[in-house]
Write a protein that binds this ligand. Structure first.
Ligand code: SF4
Length: 320
């Protein structure tokens, strides 16, 4: 098997920094934008009360202004922070992150997405959403925007297993995800050659009642689909969530770091080498986090995953 670019550079998996440099010719960062969307899993359309783990305030709060601030000002704020931290930063992707960022009339969505693209430092869009909130007019809009800029649709799936979707109270099925991906793929195959429409998927590993085999089934199912990038998360508990109540009463056991790293490597060994691994584990601000404590250190997670890959002398896609 020929080595992937990332393997020749010494990586064990395809990292986003490299993928962005290949795509844009320079380092690129995502800037979180809060457009004030709600969620069908909160307003009664798909469910009420939201997913058990969700407190939208805990999504990257230190990087965001409140949603009452214009998109342009939010991007100004986010890019200024990143430029201070990374002086060579030039290009940014406007990441519509908290809540369900396709849950609004199409005219409103188009206005918001185009507002982000008007910012001189914006090189593309990333749109986080649910699989059951992707009607054809939204997909068509994303495809149209992708004719002239980079557009990534990020769908939260979390698991292919009904028992886990029920536990998480996601309010959608795996079939809804498959339907959205099928329509996305048909649309993408009809786009012109220069189109830059990408598909990302969010997953949670180490869910209660999921065995290692269940997690591997999720990896193998995803590997059959035209997915460009994956964000892996572990199950972590933030305050003001149903999961927090469950955890406080001893209702769930959370994985320790080494167990999670082992499961993540199992998963990545079954992930195709061309899929970018945008995230190895979930992230939450210390202000909101209850457990597990290792969530606070991205560095520790990266080290644990790298160490496990080295211990196995393994890499992404090895078990395919
Ligand atoms: S995680 Fe996403 S889908 Fe679930 S309640 Fe929160 S915003 Fe809605």
């Amino acid at each position: 098997m020929p080595l992937s670019d990332w393997q020749t550079l010494g990586y064990r998996y395809y990292p986003p920094g490299l993928a962005f440099r290949q795509e844009f010719g320079c380092p690129v960062w995502k800037v979180s934008v809060d457009a004030g969307f709600s969620c069908p899993n909160r307003d009664g359309t798909s469910g009420t009360g939201g997913c058990v783990f969700c407190d939208n305030a805990s999504f990257a709060p230190s990087r965001r202004l409140c949603s009452g601030v214009s998109i342009r000002e939010q991007i100004n704020f986010g890019t200024a922070q990143l430029k201070r931290r990374y002086p060579k930063a030039e290009k940014f992707i406007a990441y519509f992150q908290p809540a369900t960022n396709t849950y609004a009339p199409i005219q409103k969505l188009e206005h918001l997405y185009r507002s982000a693209l008007e910012h001189p430092d914006t090189a593309g869009l990333a749109i986080g959403t649910r699989p059951d909130t992707l009607p054809d007019d939204v997909l068509n809009l994303l495809a149209e925007l992708a004719q002239t800029t980079w557009v990534q649709l990020e769908i939260g799936l979390q698991s292919v297993h009904k028992k886990s979707l029920d536990f998480l109270q996601r309010g959608h099925s795996y079939e809804a995800f498959l339907d959205a991906v099928r329509r996305f793929s048909i649309l993408r195959s009809g786009c012109t050659a220069g189109s830059r429409l990408r598909l990302g998927v969010h997953l949670i590993l180490g869910l209660p009642d999921e065995s290692r085999e269940d997690a591997l089934t999720t990896a193998e199912e995803l590997a059959k689909l035209p997915v460009d990038s994956i964000k892996l998360h572990h199950l972590y508990v933030v305050r003001n969530t149903k999961l927090a109540e469950h955890w406080k009463h001893g209702g769930i056991i959370l994985p320790v770091l080494n167990e999670y790293a082992s499961l993540a490597v199992d998963f990545l060994e079954r992930t195709p080498p061309n899929v970018v691994i945008e995230r190895l584990a979930g992230e939450a601000d210390a202000e909101f986090l209850l457990a597990p404590d290792w969530t606070k250190s991205k560095h520790a997670v990266r080290n644990a995953v790298d160490a496990e890959f080295r211990r196995r002398n393994s890499w992404q896609g090895k078990c395919r």
